[in-house]
Design a protein. Structure first.
Length: 319
């Protein structure tokens, strides 16, 4: 019976897809972008209905997000609040349909320093925000060295440790003015969540115990604030990864890889879910003019999705 349902679904899947492409492709390309999203939404709802009716996947919930890690973060919070924990997460990113079981996290921050301006002839009369930004940076560089010693012995990444990068340092207005404002933009790419926690705890302690007391002794209004630009949780290799086993069966690939870019897979892993990254296209063509996904990659992805349908009934329900 399951084989018959699978054959029926695959036939309907490609038939409906072809009809929708013929009918809706002109609308998708000619309509304003905010209205064109009707097309993929309608496609998704149609095929989810087919899966429910033909295959009988009532217990399977397929969730989608927009905005990459930001959408993923919102979805994870909803799942956590409702006490839901799906079994498997497959994150669609351009991996050439290869299985990715690990990537570093990516955390970006902007530290803003507020001091007290004054004439450069009397530096002690003000609070030089640029000077305290330099001290802050020096502490980050010390932490960067400490992270090398914390590298896991079996880390699959290159380099194998958590990295810290300084992207931008700016401040001040003129040679003879005490800098009243300064800014440091920096990032870290943790190989494990413990490293991210370590860096944040250490730099926060340094700011609160070392820098701010000295700054506010001269000017009570002095401050150091940190703006979180983004925090993408890393994806760590895990034994007995059900998501990897599932995608390997669908794609015929047993090998798993690591990638340097971040995804929201780690967010779902933090819920206790098995997670991998797999999708059509290459990151080499992403985030640039005329980015594209080749037709053979789309075909490979459709074949994987079509093969997934009869297997969904075998996916264990969440605890």
């Amino acid at each position: 019976m399951l084989v018959l349902r699978s054959f029926l679904f695959n036939t309907l899947f490609y038939t409906v897809t072809l009809i929708e492409m013929i009918v809706f492709t002109p609308y998708f390309f000619l309509a304003p972008r905010r209205k064109a999203w009707f097309v993929p939404k309608f496609w998704a709802r149609t095929h989810l209905w087919l899966m429910k009716v033909v295959v009988g996947t009532d217990h399977v919930v397929i969730l989608g997000t927009g905005g990459s890690s930001l959408g993923g973060q919102a979805l994870v919070e909803v799942l956590r609040a409702r006490g839901l924990r799906p079994s498997i997460a497959v994150i669609g990113e351009p991996t050439l349909m290869h299985i990715v079981e690990a990537h570093k996290g990516c955390c970006e921050y902007t530290a803003e320093f507020t001091g007290l301006e004054g004439h450069g002839s009397d530096p002690d009369a003000g609070v030089n925000a640029a000077e305290y930004a330099v001290r802050y940076v020096s502490r980050l560089l010390e932490l960067r060295q400490a992270l090398i010693e914390r590298a896991p012995s079996n880390s699959p990444f290159h380099p194998p440790w958590t990295t810290i990068n300084l992207g931008k340092i700016a401040g001040g207005v003129a040679h003879n003015v005490i800098a009243g404002k300064a800014e440091v933009e920096w990032e870290m790419r943790p190989v494990q969540q413990a490293d991210a926690d370590f860096v944040k705890e250490e730099i926060t302690r340094y700011v609160e115990e070392e820098l701010l007391p000295v700054m506010r002794a001269v000017h009570p209004g002095a401050d150091i604030s940190t703006q979180v630009i983004g925090e993408v949780v890393g994806l760590e290799p895990m034994p007995g990864n059900a998501a990897r086993a599932l995608v390997a069966q669908l794609t015929g690939r047993d090998e798993a890889e690591t990638v340097p870019f971040g995804t929201e897979a780690g967010l779902f892993q933090s819920l206790g879910m098995s997670a991998v990254v797999c999708g059509p296209g290459s990151i080499a063509q992403a985030h640039k003019p005329d980015e594209f996904v080749s037709l053979d990659q789309l075909d490979a992805c459709l074949n994987m999705l079509a093969g997934l349908t009869p297997m969904l009934k075998a996916v264990p329900r969440s605890a």
